[in-house]
Design a protein around this ligand. Structure first.
Ligand code: 1HN
Length: 365
């Protein structure tokens, strides 16, 4: 048997009648030839099935509010409209590894207590004053707050305010599913018992101090609400140093104060300030990233895997996604812009997979 063909990562071996007959015979034994599929399994570089996408809040807000008349939070367990990546419809995925949705809770409602293996984050988009209870402590949520529900932690939400509240949920559902490691449980009570005062965790672990003798107990940060007021103040103070990263502006990573690592084991979370008129240099990384616009307006140009360009024009409360290994750059319009974002970066980093690449206008694309 001779083979003059060059080795290729991008193309399958050629098919012959003899080979096809062989594939049919081994099929009954649950066997298949690797050389027919190798190029789809081991690729030169990431080519995400996820595509760049934007959900304009003004367009989808009416649907979110309409869902409030359709089903109660109690009946739904969680009343959420899932943000489905257009390249991954029907899979409840915003990237290949992450789930995202917009959750509505109306005044007086309770989303009953449960727990699951998946880790969740909430990023508050609209409304103020509803609470979430996590492992016996309540926190009151306000726009821009980043709130964590660790894996296997009891959690319920309630809205004792007078206005509807909407937040962006981010969960590691596809990651946990890839390991077939899902567990979930309903609490016997709708609202879990509360054993600590509001604000306890933030005071205890989030003031640059830790209780003497504190030992790390979990992989997730013990701070479960990172209030926007503090994050925004940090950005505002730091901007005075004028150390703008060409690709990120001024970008901060939420940390677990106990070990300095990411706040969650599978999901990385970030907040960045891009000043008025700033235009970033092209950048790409292997963690497909979900952005939630907190303040300001701008555009993000994303180069798709097929080489085409997508221009996402965003404003406050919009959600957009940049898939893995797609070049992107941001341009801010008139005012300052503040962007929250999350991705699977900690999971990739722990597995030694994460990569990034900085470009400039002439080398990108
Ligand atoms: C969940 O528990 C929540 O607790 C939100 O608010 C969204 C999506 C899938 C599975 C569990 C919540 C969820 C979820």
């Amino acid at each position: 048997m001779t083979d003059a063909r060059p080795r290729a990562l991008d193309a399958p071996a050629s098919r012959t009648g003899e080979r096809e007959a062989f594939y049919r015979r081994i099929d009954a034994s649950n066997l298949a030839p690797l050389w027919e599929v190798l190029h789809t399994l081991v690729k030169r570089e990431p080519r995400s099935a996820a595509v760049p996408a934007l959900w304009r809040y003004d367009d989808i807000r009416p649907f979110i509010l309409e869902s409030g008349g359709l089903i109660t939070a109690r009946e739904a367990e969680r009343r959420v409209l899932v943000l489905e990546n257009p390249g991954l419809r029907g899979k409840s995925q915003i990237t290949s590894s992450l789930y995202a949705g917009l959750q509505l809770i109306l005044p007086g409602e309770v989303a009953p207590a449960h727990r699951h293996a998946q880790s969740a984050l909430r990023f508050i988009v609209e409304g103020s004053g509803a609470y979430t209870a996590v492992e016996g402590e309540k926190t009151i949520m306000r726009p821009g707050d980043f709130v964590i529900t660790p894996s296997w932690a009891w959690h319920d939400h309630g809205n004792d305010s007078a206005e509807p509240m909407v937040w962006l949920d981010g969960l590691d559902i596809p990651i946990v599913a890839a390991f077939d490691a899902q567990f979930a449980e309903l609490h016997s009570a709708e609202r879990q018992p509360i054993g600590r005062p509001v604000g306890d965790a933030l005071a205890r672990y989030g003031a640059g101090l830790l209780p003497v003798g504190y030992e790390k107990r979990a992989l997730t940060s013990p701070v479960f609400n990172y209030p926007y007021a503090r994050t925004r103040e940090a950005l505002e103070t730091m901007r005075r140093a004028e150390e703008w990263d060409p690709c990120h502006g001024l970008k901060l990573q939420y940390v677990n104060p106990v070990d300095g690592g990411f706040a969650m084991p599978t999901i990385g979370t970030f907040m960045q300030l891009l000043p008025r008129g700033f235009a970033t240099q092209p950048y790409r990384c292997t963690d497909g990233t979900v952005f939630s616009v907190v303040e300001g307006r701008g555009t993000t140009v994303v180069t798709r895997a097929d080489g085409g360009e997508e221009t996402l024009e965003w404003g406050p409360r919009d959600v957009f996604v940049v898939p893995s290994w797609c070049w992107s750059h941001h341009r801010v319009a008139d005012g300052d812009a503040v962007l929250f974002s999350f991705s699977d970066r900690p999971a990739q980093a722990k597995l030694g997979l994460w990569r990034e690449m900085r470009g400039n206008a002439s080398t990108a694309g």
